[in-house]
Design a protein around this ligand. Structure first.
Ligand code: MG
Length: 311
Protein backbone atom coordinates (compact mmCIF):
# COMPACT_ATOMS: atom_id res chain seq x y z
CA UNK A 1 0.00 0.00 0.00
CA UNK A 2 1.43 3.36 -0.90
CA UNK A 3 0.33 6.92 -0.46
CA UNK A 4 -0.06 7.76 -4.13
CA UNK A 5 -2.64 7.48 -6.83
CA UNK A 6 -0.93 7.40 -10.23
CA UNK A 7 -3.23 8.56 -13.02
CA UNK A 8 -0.61 9.17 -15.72
CA UNK A 9 2.88 7.82 -16.39
CA UNK A 10 4.23 11.34 -16.03
CA UNK A 11 3.38 11.24 -12.32
CA UNK A 12 5.29 7.99 -11.85
CA UNK A 13 8.50 9.83 -12.72
CA UNK A 14 7.84 12.48 -10.05
CA UNK A 15 7.56 10.17 -7.07
CA UNK A 16 9.55 7.67 -5.06
CA UNK A 17 7.43 4.55 -5.21
CA UNK A 18 8.18 3.27 -1.73
CA UNK A 19 8.34 6.65 0.02
CA UNK A 20 5.72 7.02 2.73
CA UNK A 21 3.79 10.03 3.89
CA UNK A 22 5.02 11.00 7.35
CA UNK A 23 3.04 12.97 9.87
CA UNK A 24 5.75 15.11 11.44
CA UNK A 25 3.63 16.95 13.95
CA UNK A 26 0.02 17.58 14.95
CA UNK A 27 -1.65 20.05 17.26
CA UNK A 28 -2.60 23.10 15.24
CA UNK A 29 -6.09 24.45 14.63
CA UNK A 30 -5.44 25.40 11.02
CA UNK A 31 -2.03 24.87 9.50
CA UNK A 32 -1.10 26.83 6.40
CA UNK A 33 1.61 28.98 4.83
CA UNK A 34 4.69 26.70 4.84
CA UNK A 35 8.05 28.18 3.84
CA UNK A 36 11.37 26.37 3.82
CA UNK A 37 14.38 28.39 4.97
CA UNK A 38 17.53 26.67 3.65
CA UNK A 39 20.01 28.70 5.67
CA UNK A 40 18.25 27.82 8.92
CA UNK A 41 17.52 24.19 7.97
CA UNK A 42 13.96 24.67 9.12
CA UNK A 43 10.41 24.98 7.89
CA UNK A 44 8.11 27.67 9.22
CA UNK A 45 4.35 27.48 8.96
CA UNK A 46 1.29 29.24 10.32
CA UNK A 47 -1.25 28.06 12.87
CA UNK A 48 -3.61 30.89 12.06
CA UNK A 49 -6.34 30.62 14.75
CA UNK A 50 -3.69 30.16 17.45
CA UNK A 51 -1.88 33.24 16.17
CA UNK A 52 1.49 31.54 16.04
CA UNK A 53 4.25 30.68 13.67
CA UNK A 54 5.64 27.17 14.13
CA UNK A 55 9.08 25.82 13.25
CA UNK A 56 10.10 22.32 12.24
CA UNK A 57 13.85 21.83 12.78
CA UNK A 58 15.18 19.51 10.10
CA UNK A 59 18.29 18.66 12.04
CA UNK A 60 16.51 16.86 14.87
CA UNK A 61 12.83 16.79 13.91
CA UNK A 62 11.76 18.98 16.80
CA UNK A 63 8.89 21.44 16.56
CA UNK A 64 8.56 24.66 18.51
CA UNK A 65 6.94 28.06 18.43
CA UNK A 66 8.91 30.51 16.31
CA UNK A 67 6.76 33.56 17.01
CA UNK A 68 3.54 34.30 18.93
CA UNK A 69 1.53 36.41 18.73
CA UNK A 70 2.26 37.14 15.10
CA UNK A 71 -0.73 39.08 13.70
CA UNK A 72 -2.24 35.81 12.43
CA UNK A 73 0.22 35.08 9.67
CA UNK A 74 -1.05 33.08 6.73
CA UNK A 75 1.11 32.57 3.60
CA UNK A 76 4.87 32.97 3.38
CA UNK A 77 7.57 33.13 0.72
CA UNK A 78 11.29 33.70 0.58
CA UNK A 79 12.68 36.79 -1.12
CA UNK A 80 15.89 36.92 -3.17
CA UNK A 81 17.99 37.43 -0.04
CA UNK A 82 16.44 34.46 1.73
CA UNK A 83 14.30 36.61 4.00
CA UNK A 84 10.82 35.38 4.94
CA UNK A 85 7.96 37.47 3.55
CA UNK A 86 4.64 37.07 5.36
CA UNK A 87 0.94 37.72 4.84
CA UNK A 88 -0.62 39.06 8.01
CA UNK A 89 -4.35 38.61 8.48
CA UNK A 90 -4.31 40.56 11.74
CA UNK A 91 -1.99 43.29 10.51
CA UNK A 92 -3.72 43.39 7.10
CA UNK A 93 -0.33 43.81 5.48
CA UNK A 94 2.77 42.18 4.04
CA UNK A 95 5.79 42.10 6.29
CA UNK A 96 9.32 40.72 6.10
CA UNK A 97 11.66 39.12 8.63
CA UNK A 98 14.86 41.12 8.37
CA UNK A 99 18.35 39.76 8.90
CA UNK A 100 18.41 41.34 12.37
CA UNK A 101 15.39 39.25 13.44
CA UNK A 102 12.80 42.04 13.37
CA UNK A 103 9.60 42.09 11.30
CA UNK A 104 9.35 45.08 9.01
CA UNK A 105 6.13 46.20 7.27
CA UNK A 106 6.62 46.07 3.52
CA UNK A 107 3.27 47.25 2.19
CA UNK A 108 0.24 48.19 4.29
CA UNK A 109 -2.26 49.92 2.03
CA UNK A 110 -3.12 50.99 -1.48
CA UNK A 111 -4.08 54.63 -1.90
CA UNK A 112 -4.49 54.89 1.87
CA UNK A 113 -6.94 51.99 2.02
CA UNK A 114 -5.96 48.96 4.08
CA UNK A 115 -5.96 45.55 2.49
CA UNK A 116 -8.53 42.92 3.52
CA UNK A 117 -6.29 40.15 4.85
CA UNK A 118 -3.40 39.11 2.61
CA UNK A 119 -3.52 35.35 2.20
CA UNK A 120 -0.67 34.10 0.03
CA UNK A 121 2.44 35.67 -1.45
CA UNK A 122 5.11 34.96 -4.02
CA UNK A 123 8.29 36.88 -4.81
CA UNK A 124 9.24 37.14 -8.46
CA UNK A 125 12.88 36.93 -9.52
CA UNK A 126 12.91 40.71 -10.11
CA UNK A 127 12.08 41.22 -6.43
CA UNK A 128 8.47 42.29 -6.89
CA UNK A 129 6.05 40.90 -4.31
CA UNK A 130 2.71 39.52 -5.54
CA UNK A 131 -0.05 38.68 -3.10
CA UNK A 132 -3.71 37.76 -2.89
CA UNK A 133 -6.14 39.61 -0.64
CA UNK A 134 -9.39 37.76 0.08
CA UNK A 135 -11.57 38.61 3.09
CA UNK A 136 -11.17 35.49 5.27
CA UNK A 137 -9.11 37.28 7.92
CA UNK A 138 -11.58 40.12 8.53
CA UNK A 139 -14.78 38.07 8.65
CA UNK A 140 -14.32 36.65 12.15
CA UNK A 141 -12.04 36.86 15.14
CA UNK A 142 -10.97 33.26 14.49
CA UNK A 143 -8.34 33.87 11.80
CA UNK A 144 -7.76 37.58 12.40
CA UNK A 145 -9.97 40.46 13.46
CA UNK A 146 -13.45 41.41 12.33
CA UNK A 147 -13.20 44.54 10.24
CA UNK A 148 -14.82 46.26 7.31
CA UNK A 149 -13.26 45.93 3.88
CA UNK A 150 -11.76 49.22 2.72
CA UNK A 151 -10.87 48.21 -0.80
CA UNK A 152 -13.40 47.54 -3.56
CA UNK A 153 -13.08 43.75 -3.71
CA UNK A 154 -10.72 40.83 -3.28
CA UNK A 155 -7.81 41.33 -5.63
CA UNK A 156 -4.25 40.32 -6.40
CA UNK A 157 -1.63 43.04 -5.93
CA UNK A 158 1.95 43.61 -7.00
CA UNK A 159 4.37 45.56 -4.83
CA UNK A 160 7.60 46.95 -6.26
CA UNK A 161 9.87 47.81 -3.36
CA UNK A 162 12.31 49.61 -5.63
CA UNK A 163 9.73 52.23 -6.61
CA UNK A 164 7.43 51.86 -3.62
CA UNK A 165 4.55 51.36 -6.02
CA UNK A 166 1.70 48.98 -5.26
CA UNK A 167 -0.66 48.16 -8.10
CA UNK A 168 -3.82 46.15 -8.51
CA UNK A 169 -3.09 43.28 -10.87
CA UNK A 170 -6.15 41.01 -10.89
CA UNK A 171 -9.72 42.12 -10.18
CA UNK A 172 -11.81 39.35 -11.76
CA UNK A 173 -11.62 36.79 -8.95
CA UNK A 174 -14.11 36.31 -6.10
CA UNK A 175 -11.64 35.20 -3.41
CA UNK A 176 -8.13 34.87 -4.86
CA UNK A 177 -6.05 32.61 -2.69
CA UNK A 178 -2.91 30.63 -3.59
CA UNK A 179 -0.61 31.92 -6.28
CA UNK A 180 2.60 30.86 -8.04
CA UNK A 181 4.55 31.59 -11.21
CA UNK A 182 5.42 29.14 -13.95
CA UNK A 183 9.17 28.31 -13.99
CA UNK A 184 9.85 30.92 -16.71
CA UNK A 185 7.59 33.45 -14.94
CA UNK A 186 5.46 34.03 -18.02
CA UNK A 187 2.33 32.72 -16.31
CA UNK A 188 0.85 33.55 -12.91
CA UNK A 189 -1.46 30.87 -11.51
CA UNK A 190 -4.11 31.95 -9.01
CA UNK A 191 -6.62 29.76 -7.19
CA UNK A 192 -10.07 31.12 -6.43
CA UNK A 193 -11.83 29.82 -3.31
CA UNK A 194 -14.86 32.03 -3.89
CA UNK A 195 -17.20 29.05 -3.49
CA UNK A 196 -16.98 29.87 0.21
CA UNK A 197 -19.08 32.94 -0.58
CA UNK A 198 -20.78 32.07 -3.87
CA UNK A 199 -22.29 28.57 -3.65
CA UNK A 200 -21.66 26.58 -6.78
CA UNK A 201 -18.77 28.69 -8.00
CA UNK A 202 -16.23 26.33 -9.60
CA UNK A 203 -13.10 25.89 -7.50
CA UNK A 204 -10.31 26.42 -9.97
CA UNK A 205 -6.78 27.53 -10.61
CA UNK A 206 -6.77 30.30 -13.22
CA UNK A 207 -3.86 31.18 -15.49
CA UNK A 208 -2.76 34.73 -16.26
CA UNK A 209 -0.16 35.64 -18.83
CA UNK A 210 2.28 38.33 -17.81
CA UNK A 211 2.31 41.44 -20.00
CA UNK A 212 3.93 44.87 -20.12
CA UNK A 213 7.31 43.60 -18.90
CA UNK A 214 5.65 41.90 -15.96
CA UNK A 215 3.72 44.90 -14.70
CA UNK A 216 0.29 43.57 -15.69
CA UNK A 217 -1.43 40.33 -16.70
CA UNK A 218 -3.91 39.01 -19.25
CA UNK A 219 -6.43 36.30 -18.30
CA UNK A 220 -5.85 32.99 -20.08
CA UNK A 221 -8.71 31.08 -18.49
CA UNK A 222 -9.11 28.08 -16.23
CA UNK A 223 -6.04 25.90 -15.77
CA UNK A 224 -7.68 23.18 -13.64
CA UNK A 225 -10.85 22.60 -11.65
CA UNK A 226 -10.82 20.89 -8.28
CA UNK A 227 -12.92 17.75 -7.85
CA UNK A 228 -12.60 17.62 -4.06
CA UNK A 229 -13.02 20.71 -1.96
CA UNK A 230 -10.96 23.68 -3.03
CA UNK A 231 -7.49 24.50 -4.21
CA UNK A 232 -5.95 26.67 -1.52
CA UNK A 233 -2.19 27.00 -1.83
CA UNK A 234 0.06 25.28 -4.37
CA UNK A 235 3.61 25.19 -5.66
CA UNK A 236 5.14 24.72 -9.11
CA UNK A 237 8.08 22.40 -9.68
CA UNK A 238 10.89 23.20 -12.08
CA UNK A 239 9.29 21.19 -14.86
CA UNK A 240 6.14 23.26 -14.57
CA UNK A 241 3.96 20.72 -12.78
CA UNK A 242 1.59 22.14 -10.18
CA UNK A 243 1.33 20.50 -6.74
CA UNK A 244 -1.98 21.74 -5.38
CA UNK A 245 -3.87 21.35 -2.12
CA UNK A 246 -7.37 19.88 -2.07
CA UNK A 247 -9.75 18.32 0.45
CA UNK A 248 -8.33 14.82 0.29
CA UNK A 249 -4.89 14.98 -1.30
CA UNK A 250 -2.18 16.92 -3.01
CA UNK A 251 -3.28 16.97 -6.66
CA UNK A 252 -0.55 17.16 -9.25
CA UNK A 253 -1.18 18.69 -12.67
CA UNK A 254 1.08 18.63 -15.71
CA UNK A 255 1.74 21.99 -17.43
CA UNK A 256 -1.02 21.13 -19.93
CA UNK A 257 -3.56 21.03 -17.08
CA UNK A 258 -3.96 17.24 -16.92
CA UNK A 259 -4.41 15.72 -13.47
CA UNK A 260 -1.60 13.15 -13.42
CA UNK A 261 -1.64 11.93 -9.84
CA UNK A 262 -2.35 12.48 -6.18
CA UNK A 263 -0.54 12.25 -2.87
CA UNK A 264 -3.16 10.95 -0.46
CA UNK A 265 -3.42 12.88 2.81
CA UNK A 266 -5.86 12.06 5.65
CA UNK A 267 -6.73 15.70 6.43
CA UNK A 268 -7.81 18.80 4.50
CA UNK A 269 -4.70 20.02 2.70
CA UNK A 270 -4.06 23.78 2.76
CA UNK A 271 -0.68 24.17 1.11
CA UNK A 272 2.61 22.53 0.18
CA UNK A 273 6.26 23.54 -0.04
CA UNK A 274 9.43 21.88 -1.30
CA UNK A 275 12.25 21.67 1.23
CA UNK A 276 15.14 19.68 2.56
CA UNK A 277 18.83 20.02 1.58
CA UNK A 278 18.03 18.70 -1.90
CA UNK A 279 14.60 20.42 -2.07
CA UNK A 280 13.04 17.06 -2.84
CA UNK A 281 10.93 16.77 0.28
CA UNK A 282 7.35 17.91 -0.12
CA UNK A 283 6.09 19.48 3.10
CA UNK A 284 2.32 19.50 3.41
CA UNK A 285 0.27 21.60 5.81
CA UNK A 286 -3.12 20.02 6.42
CA UNK A 287 -5.64 21.20 8.97
CA UNK A 288 -4.13 20.11 12.32
CA UNK A 289 -0.87 18.63 11.11
CA UNK A 290 2.39 18.92 9.23
CA UNK A 291 3.17 16.07 6.83
CA UNK A 292 6.08 15.36 4.49
CA UNK A 293 6.97 12.93 1.74
CA UNK A 294 10.08 12.57 -0.40
CA UNK A 295 9.45 13.02 -4.13
CA UNK A 296 11.46 13.09 -7.33
CA UNK A 297 10.74 16.76 -8.04
CA UNK A 298 12.26 20.13 -7.19
CA UNK A 299 10.73 23.59 -6.90
CA UNK A 300 10.72 26.08 -9.75
CA UNK A 301 13.51 28.56 -9.38
CA UNK A 302 15.77 26.17 -7.50
CA UNK A 303 19.30 26.27 -8.75
CA UNK A 304 22.00 23.79 -7.85
CA UNK A 305 21.49 22.56 -4.30
CA UNK A 306 23.54 20.40 -2.02
CA UNK A 307 23.79 16.91 -3.44
CA UNK A 308 22.07 17.87 -6.66
CA UNK A 309 24.28 16.84 -9.55
CA UNK A 310 21.62 17.07 -12.23
CA UNK A 311 21.93 20.85 -12.75
MG1 MG B 1 -4.54 30.31 1.39
Amino acid sequence: MNDYEILDDRFGKLIIGHAKLERLWTGSRWAEGPVYVPSAKHLLWSDIPNDRLLRYDETDGSVGVFETPCNNHNGHALDREGRVVACEHGGRRISRLEHDGGWQALVENIGGKRFNSPNDVVVKSDGTVWFSDPTYGIESHYEGKIARSEVDGSHVYRFDEASGEVSTIITDRVQPNGLAFSPDETILYVSDTGASHVPGLPCAIHAYELADSGSSVRARGVFAECAAGMFDGFRVDRDGNIWASSADSVRVYAPDGALIGRVLVPELVSNVCFGGPKRNRLYITAQTSLYAIYVNAHPAGSGPVAGDISR
